[in-house]
Design a protein around this ligand. Structure first.
Ligand code: IYT
Ligand code: CU
Ligand code: CU
Length: 316
């Protein structure tokens, strides 16, 4: 009967020897100023391949502004936590973003049968947790913070692999006083099909709205649009938009130079800007590519056809 099969199923989940959890927590830290970024690296606890199938955030709501999880080969430090504000960074090699938690945003869930592949063969031997402590007045009592994440993992191969496609502008210049500057990025997609299920936008203070699209046979279909001034978490993508060989992926960030007295360039500090549109997707594990990116400007001709919504500000 239904009742019996349900129980068996539950027992399987609990007793499944392939499943395990990994706690990634700050080791009791006291941030010394507002807007402190602290990072901590954790070795991936298995020699074989493993898959992250769920993220469980454990963050103090009154102090943690956001948390990001990266995977990489060589973190800046492997001993203890470090200050990873704009100067030091997270990894010596290329960090790959896997998760974002931001205050007041709903947490991202991976779809069923989807996992982020980690471990030696995937070139990801460390997790790096980055925590942005915003308002630190809650630390007046000198308590220590152990915020972080629990990862639910399995060593059982997953049918679909999660991945990130990052569209980013590398050459935008925002002129002082100019009301609108569009940063456009676009690339032809020439790989196996991907199924976007979440997206994240990132700019600094001058970003107004960031939108991402699939272009197929000249038709623009929205993957997601958001204000980068809202919590920069991964939000659910527009449903049923898949991306296949021959499509084009495109993104536009809208900036304003109002109130500025000098040019603003792309760069790492809060006085610089960034234009990022991240697509979180899944892909058949038989030909999975976990990270892809696009840094091309895209032609003016192409962007003449972008839907007008891309320049409509979002209320914050
Ligand atoms: C110059 C820029 O746009 N940097 C972005 C995107 C970026 C992310 C990763 C670039 C590289 C990376 O390896 I991961 I090269 C940037 O730094 N974005 C920040 C975080 O660092 C992830 C963000 O919050 O999106
Ligand atoms: Cu933050
Ligand atoms: Cu940035």
């Amino acid at each position: 009967t239904l009742h019996v099969s349900k129980r068996t199923n539950q027992q399987q989940i609990i007793a499944n020897p392939y499943n395990f959890s990994v706690d990634l927590r700050m080791p009791g830290v006291i941030p010394t100023g507002s807007d402190t970024y602290l990072c901590m690296a954790f070795p991936v606890p298995t020699r074989q391949d493993a898959y992250i199938v769920d993220f469980i955030p454990l963050a103090s709501m009154d102090t943690v502004h956001h948390m990001l999880l990266f995977g990489c080969q060589t973190p800046v430090s492997t001993h203890s936590f470090w200050d990873c504000g704009s100067v030091q960074g997270t990894c010596e090699d290329e960090p790959a973003i896997m998760y974002a938690w931001a205050r007041n945003a709903p947490p991202t869930k991976l779809p069923k049968d989807v996992g982020f592949k980690v471990g030696r063969s995937s070139g990801m031997s460390y997790f790096v947790l980055q925590i942005h402590y915003g308002d630190i007045s809650a630390f007046k009592d000198h308590h220590k913070d152990c915020s972080g994440l629990t990862l639910r993992m399995t060593s059982r191969p997953q049918p679909f692999i999660a991945g990130i496609y990052l569209l980013m502008s590398v050459d935008t210049v925002i002129l002082p006083g100019k009301r609108v500057t569009d940063a456009d990025v676009a690339c032809d997609y020439t790989s196996y099909p991907i199924y976007p299920f979440a997206f994240r936008t990132h700019t600094h203070r001058l970003g107004k709205v960031v939108s991402g699209y699939r272009i197929r046979d000249g038709k623009w279909t929205l993957i997601g649009r958001q204000s980068p001034q809202l919590p920069q978490a991964f939000y659910p993508a527009n449903k049923q938009v898949n991306v296949k060989y021959g499509d084009t992926l495109a993104a536009r960030c809208v900036f304003t130079g109002e109130g500025k007295t000098s040019k603003t360039y792309i760069g790492g500090t809060s006085d610089d800007e960034m234009c990022n549109f991240y697509i979180m997707y899944y892909m058949d594990s038989r030909h999975a590519i976990p990270y892809m990116n696009c840094m091309e400007m895209g032609s003016e001709e192409l962007f003449q056809h972008i839907p007008t919504e891309a320049n409509v500000p979002i209320k914050v």
